[in-house]
Design a protein around this ligand. Sequence first.
Ligand SMILES: Nc1ncnc2c1ncn2[C@@H]1O[C@H](COP(=O)(O)OP(=O)(O)OP(=O)(O)O)[C@@H](O)[C@H]1O
Ligand SMILES: [Mg+2]
Length: 167
Amino acid sequence: MLLRMHTVKAIYPGTFDPLTNGHLDLIARGAKIVDHLVVAILRNSEKSPLFTVQERVEMITEATREVGNVSVATFDGLLVDFCREQGAKAVLRGIRAISDYEYEFQMAMMNRKLAPELETLFMMPAEKYTYVSSRLIKGVFELGGDVSTLVPPLVVERLKAKVAGRR
Ligand SMILES: Nc1ncnc2c1ncn2[C@@H]1O[C@H](COP(=O)(O)OP(=O)(O)OP(=O)(O)O)[C@@H](O)[C@H]1O
Ligand SMILES: [Mg+2]
């Protein structure tokens, strides 16, 4: 019999403004290999967001409802402090292209310096999502482009409401 000595909790941090199918792809992959995955929205991002933190929590909660071992949280301050608070052993991050690598590598090394016990896990999304970013989605949507295969339907609805509300 296999005796489980411990469980692995990981944090998937980001801005998620808004959630994309790329994020969802990564969440599904991460949730398969860790016991519990916490999608954590950074509250005080330097980016000025389109959606409020509450709206982003709602979108991620709805879109991940079917995945049993995923929950949603928010944090500010240092990611490593949040990970310690949560008792998480790992941070999940996505690598889309070489362009993500440099920044992600730097952050992973700094986090290791601050918290040597914490590991960063990198995963690649399905090829069809390798060019998808929240920023690009917002930009294309605002100009009238169809993003319906790149974000969940509930995000399309939220984008429509948000952009209509601003006109
Ligand atoms: N399409 C995707 N495939 C794989 N990983 C992704 C994808 N989009 C984002 N990620 C990863 O998810 C994490 C959180 O990213 P973030 O919230 O910055 O999303 P983003 O789409 O890059 O948004 P923005 O355009 O605002 O930077 C990062 O590790 C990022 O590399
Ligand atoms: Mg980004």
